[in-house]
Design a protein around this ligand. Structure first.
Ligand SMILES: Nc1nc2c(ncn2[C@@H]2O[C@H](COP(=O)(O)OP(=O)(O)OP(=O)(O)O)[C@@H](O)[C@H]2O)c(=O)[nH]1
Ligand SMILES: [Mg+2]
Length: 445
């Protein structure tokens, strides 16, 4: 897939107006030629120390950068690396990359730096996937799990299971080399006990892993009767007039959706058609959509001018799993109002909404934490398929050994079980998997 013999270079940051950019160079060769061309200095600087250097192209000075030289294997890729921290913008970093390319390097492909780290045994495949996952994570819990996987969270337990299966395989194959009477054979009960322990460990990984659910953004849906001020609240939270607001009942007919960040957590916020019995065909369809959104929602804000809590009572059965929050709106019109609501707000006067959002974001963080307590590992679809496959094979191995006590068959089955874990940690042979995983990375990563 990638040619490992080349020196590679890429911008590791997003180009654009900003304080800094980072240019990365990595290669199996000495990088002194590249360094010399960039800085006019003959010798590479001391490894792992950052130094300011003026950097030049043929046309003259390009920038003053901070350059760090990493001597392999103590670097991200395991190779010799240069990391140039340049001034930001769209011009300087590209000029530097051009100098590097004209020296002795080519532009890196997506994920090529991390691929080299994987090939050079700096990380296994689960860790490589975690790095990409962390970059793409949408919320604090996701990034926490991803970095935990990079730290070894999932790999440690998988490596541990791998080792246990391998040891058992080695034992079985060793005993196969001897005739009866030559050595004392391990008792079949011991084999069964060890196979049961491996199964228990695999079951634990599956049980304490979170998959998919956590990734779906929390869905917050605003519902209520027509004209209650749902669209006004939606616009206020989104920060601009996204939804049409009028005093005509039934203004919003479709579901309007916005993805936004609420105190560090990404959420999907939805404005919906007001709930009422109507003969209008379009409005009816809108109300049907609202019902669908309620079923999927995690948090439901019931906005009403009079009695949000009473409305919740009548609607709660449509989604008992969600958290229902009663929001009394238009308090500016009232001298006195009932406190039969969780929050009292005025969209026109912009009051009470900040408190509502603070509590809502605390609740969202709380939901994340609960998930965190229940799960130790994060597992993606590829990994889940492989671990389940291993689970099945180990169970099969135990079952068959229990009936036939045959070490040849057991060895064969254990070898099959190991293959799935091999693929999980580092299928160096399987090009398709590697292409798919590393091809999804950013350039420069
Ligand atoms: N006085 C006052 N009027 C408000 C407040 N919030 C909304 N309104 C008004 O109430 C009317 C209805 O507001 P919308 O936000 O369109 O209500 P809605 O619930 O989205 O209505 P539908 O889409 O028809 O279901 C508009 O005239 C708003 O200006 C408020 O806090 N105080
Ligand atoms: Mg509306």
């Amino acid at each position: 897939m990638y040619n490992l013999k080349d020196n590679i270079v890429a911008l590791a940051t997003i180009p654009g107006k900003g304080a800094l950019n980072v240019v990365r160079v990595s290669g199996p060769n000495q990088l002194s030629l590249i360094f010399k061309l960039l800085t006019t200095k003959k010798r590479l600087p001391r490894p792992n120390f950052s130094h300011p250097h003026y950097v030049y192209s043929k046309k003259g000075v390009v920038d003053q950068c901070i350059i760090t030289y990493y001597k392999g294997p103590k670097s991200y890729t395991g190779e010799n690396m240069l990391e140039l921290s340049t001034h930001g913008g769209c011009v300087i970093a590209n000029q530097i990359i051009e100098v590097v390319i004209n020296s002795n390097a080519r532009l890196a492909f997506p994920g090529e730096f991390t691929y080299r780290a994987f090939i050079n045994n700096k990380i296994n495949l689960i860790q490589a996937e975690a790095i990409n996952g962390a970059i793409h994570s949408e919320n604090s819990l996701d990034s926490h799990y991803q970095i935990n996987n990079l730290k070894g969270g999932l790999s440690d337990i998988i490596e541990n299971i791998y080792k246990k299966i391998k040891n058992l395989l080695v034992l079985a194959e060793h005993e196969l080399d001897f005739m009866e009477g030559e050595i004392t054979f391990t008792k079949s009960n011991e084999y069964l006990k060890r196979l049961a322990l491996i199964t228990k460990k695999i079951d634990g990984v599956i049980k304490f892993s979170c998959y998919e659910n956590y990734k779906d953004l929390p869905r917050v849906v605003i519902v209520g009767r027509p004209n209650a001020g749902k669209s006004s609240l939606f616009n206020n939270i989104v920060g601009y007039n996204r939804a049409i607001v009028t005093d005509i009942k039934g203004t919003t007919r479709d579901v309007i959706e916005a993805k936004l960040n609420l105190n560090g957590n990404n959420i999907v916020l939805m404005d919906t058609a007001g709930m009422r019995t109507t003969k209008d065909k379009i409005e009816k369809l809108g109300i049907k959509k609202t019902t669908g959104e309620i079923e999927l929602a995690d948090f439901i804000l019931v906005v009403d001018e009079e009695k949000p809590k009473e409305i919740i009572k009548t609607m709660k059965k449509t989604n008992p799993r969600a958290e229902w929050i009663g929001v009394l709106n238009k308090i500016d019109l009232k001298k006195k109002f009932s406190l039969q609501s969780d929050f009292q707000i005025s969209c026109t006067k912009n009051s009470g909404i900040e408190k509502l959002l603070t509590v809502l974001s605390t609740k969202i963080t709380g939901a994340y934490k609960k998930n965190y307590k229940n799960n130790r590992y994060l597992i993606n679809e590829r990994q889940l398929v492989l671990i389940k496959q291993t689970q099945g094979l180990v169970k099969e191995a135990r079952q068959s050994y229990k009936t036939n006590k045959d070490l040849v068959i057991l060895s064969f089955n254990l070898r099959r079980a190991l293959m799935g874990l091999d693929d999980m940690l580092g299928p160096t042979e399987n090009r398709d998997i590697l292409n798919e995983i590393f091809g999804g990375f950013c350039v420069g990563k």
